[in-house]
Write a protein that binds this ligand. Sequence first.
Ligand code: ADP
Ligand code: MG
Ligand code: ZN
Length: 486
Amino acid sequence: MADAVAERAYEPVIGLEIHVQLKTRTKMFCGCELSFGEDPNTRTCPVCLGHPGTLPVTNAEAVHFALMIGMALECELAPRSIFHRKNYFYPDLPKGYQISQYDVPLASGGRLGEIRIHRVHLEEDAAKLVHAGTSGRIHSAEASVVDFNRGGTPLVEIVTEPDVRSAAQAKEWLELLQATLRRLEVSDVRMEEGSLRCDANVSIRPAGEASLGTKTELKNMNSFRFLERGVNAEITRQEEIVRSGGEVVQETLHYDPATGVLSPLRSKEEAHDYRYLPEPDLVPLAPTEEMLARARAALPELPAGRAERLERELALPPDVAKLLAFRTELGDFYEATVSAGGPEGDPRAIANWVTGELLARLGDADPDPAQSKVEPASLAALVAMVREGAVAHSAAKEVLDTLVAEGGDPREIVESKGLARAGGDELVEVVERAMAAQADAVEKIRAGNDKAMGAIIGAVMRETKGRADGGEVQRLVRERLGDQPG
Ligand code: ADP
Ligand code: MG
Ligand code: ZN
């Protein structure tokens, strides 16, 4: 009996709750500009400081962004939603309540990739507590001060259905969501800066079981790596509890990425009864036809659709298509290069050059090649020259070095630097000289040791400064040994 329990396979079930800071010009309900590292408490006014007698006014740009998100996530948009007051005390919440949407969210019932979206709603961010004299651990802080600059920043909360089945899938899906929101240009979506924040709800159930197990909630993991690690740690913890005959307790947990320890947040912080009540100072949110049309018109091609199109139309492998689709500028540069290459061009070869050699030379973590000195037409011309055999692959990399450093026309660079592919009598001479100088390597090749070919190719490459084609060198060597090609 105990053995049966111990051996049973469990299936993780995960639902994500994501908070996205919108990059509107001003805050959700007042005219304060959003803060990006300004001095503390310089972006405040009586409204976002919760002074009595002040009145909130809904930010139209935030509503526009939220509608775009709802549409991008294929949600049903509510014809009329209202704001509520979510009441609780915390020093970062001067009004004593957060204005948020409750029973009727702005959008619901959507999907992104294989994960269904439960709801999308608008709310305001809390201010920021700064715990002085510590590394930021609330419990051991000597003193805490409040920076109200963040208070009132527009937030969109996105809640998924419990459709995620592994920590890796959670991470991958959050990357898709991030790329999608970045493409919409509604948020900076930087986890490390808190403009994208993710809580994970985790439970396990016996494989094949339809009902859900008791869930725990992991709060605010601030990187993709920690999200994956935290969820995996929690799945393991729950499996150990269940296998040893225990029961998972519903609670909120903090995952410490430094130690890998999951610890419950104090129950006092958890025991919420928010006493939601309709916000009497705000009119209902009822998007007009014009607002909907404007949001629809603002929707660009999204990463998931772009990846699919690149795979379908240009026959790119899925991982390459995804890389180009998730990084808008890289994808734009790639498509511009394909266009410049014309109907004779090779989209797959161009994709390899853009995602490989070019990306490696641009340095930056997320570079925009359009800001570099390389023109799409020059890269297209270079790839075509490699394809036609006018320049060898290794020499082409040298041409690309020059394009990145100085720009210019690859044909002229090849000419002026003498990088044209070595061929004809010149190459035959170099190959024969290399073979004569390395008689032992030649003997090994003759004896069937193909690895020895590397020594000859290397010597030819040194002599021609990379202008030779490795395949052609091999062919010439074999020809000289009297081998049949193939
Ligand atoms: P709560 O009322 O505790 O906030 P919700 O029903 O609103 O719970 O769900 C919050 C999130 O938790 C959603 O993303 C949902 O998909 C997910 N979720 C709900 N139940 C479970 C479960 N048993 N296991 C894993 N995730 C769950
Ligand atoms: Mg909830
Ligand atoms: Zn303000």
